[in-house]
Design a protein around this ligand. Structure first.
Ligand SMILES: [Zn+2]
Length: 393
């Protein structure tokens, strides 16, 4: 059995919206799972000890809108190792937004849509760049997919579906297929707003209310936002999860946040980057969104973190995202950046400064020491008992 302890934790952010802070100053991990939130004095005997020197621990971030295809490569931006680099941005899990979207030469027939989703689910089940958990196997809904197709996909590990890029004549025509995917246990995310790539159709709030997907993807625009009254209706008249992304419209994201808060619907708000896309490869995409919503949306930093962790986990039915006994140990140690006037990571987020990451743990293993992508943390965690590569700042 391997053990890990994080000690001298200054602030512990749980990722749980209803209880976003915990009082412990140590996290004890065995065989990849958190076994106890406790006190540093009990953590001495662990194989690996991360001394957080009074800084902040948050759950590994989940990017709930990531454009993976196959491997650690984005055909859209022709870059390799982007997932490895996202781990340096505190992202320990990504949820695929449909591998077919950026597959070169994307075919529109249902057989190919099914085949790509199954292939992606099975490939990423055994491929973890820098430890990254890639929740892949997100079928693009296409006319002609049958009940037995969905049953076959579900049997082979496909758990998500993406609506909005298929060959439907009118966007609302896909409602029966959304329902069919849901009946087979798939979590369906729909495109929302204007078209993002040539050939896709705009999806208005009226269409979303008809489709009733589980998640309104990039509801602040992917990249062009819906009108403000439309998103207000989505918040008030449906139970759908509302995904805000970095690659959308920030003004719209702040509006949706305000409406969701007034409606008591914060548990439905979740965050993603919607990258790699035309917006680029953004290892800090999720962290940046957290900082923007907290600093401009008057949101407590630990709540903003919960939107990108526990809320994502619930909306997309993944098992990571919160710090609690029994959970996988996916953890990020961070502090205010060197030059910030904030005293700690939460203070930095509150004023819109990207915190500096000094350690990332996935499944109880130290994957990153000093991040090569964030600003330098003022206080750096020290790591004993684990070898990690040097950070190339
Ligand atoms: Zn997207």
């Amino acid at each position: 059995m391997s053990s890990l302890a994080l000690v001298n934790v200054g602030a512990l952010v749980t990722g749980v919206l209803a209880a976003p802070r915990a009082d412990a100053d140590a996290i004890l991990v065995e065989d990849g799972h958190i076994v106890e939130l406790g006190t540093s004095s009990r953590a001495g005997g662990a194989d690996v000890v991360v001394d957080c020197v009074g800084t902040t621990v948050i759950p590994g971030l989940i990017d709930s809108h990531c454009h993976v295809v196959l491997g650690d490569y984005t055909p859209r931006q022709k870059q390799v190792d982007f997932l490895d680099s996202y781990v340096h941005g505190g992202i320990t899990s990504v949820v695929s937004a449909g591998e077919g979207v950026h597959a070169p030469g994307r075919p529109h027939d249902p057989v190919a849509a099914k085949a790509i989703a199954i292939a992606a689910a099975k490939c990423f089940a055994g491929f973890h760049p820098n430890g990254m958990k890639v929740v892949a196997g997100s079928v693009i809904l296409e006319p002609g997919l049958t009940d037995s197709d969905f049953a076959e996909m579900a049997r082979h590990g496909v758990r998500h579906a993406k609506y909005g890029f298929g060959g439907y004549r009118h966007p609302a025509d896909g409602a029966p297929d959304v329902r069919r995917a849901q009946a087979h246990g798939l979590c369906v995310m729909s495109h929302s707003g204007g078209t993002s790539i040539p050939g896709s159709s705009p999806i208005s709030h009226e269409v979303l209310l008809t489709l009733q997907p589980d998640v309104c993807g990039h509801v602040n625009g992917g990249t062009t936002s819906l009108d403000d009254d439309g998103v207000t209706r989505l918040v008030r008249e449906s139970p759908m999860a509302l995904q805000l992304v970095q690659a959308g419209n920030l003004r719209s994201a702040l509006h949706i946040l305000r409406v969701a808060r007034e409606a008591g619907a914060m548990d439905r708000v979740c965050l993603g980057s919607d990258t790699p896309t035309g917006t680029g490869v953004m290892p800090l995409g999720v962290l940046k969104t957290i900082c923007e919503l907290a600093s401009l949306g008057d949101l407590d930093p630990e709540i903003a973190v919960a939107l990108a962790t526990g809320n994502n986990a619930r909306a997309f039915r993944v098992t990571t995202g919160t710090i609690a006994p029994g959970q996988p140990a996916d953890l990020v140690v961070c502090d205010a950046p060197v030059a910030s006037s904030a005293r700690d990571a939460l203070g930095a987020i509150r004023r819109g400064d990207i915190p500096g990451i000094s350690c990332v743990v996935i499944d109880g293993q130290v994957r990153v020491g000093r991040s090569r992508n964030t600003p330098l943390a003022r206080r750096l965690a020290t790591i004993r008992g684990a070898a990690i590569g040097p950070a190339a700042h």
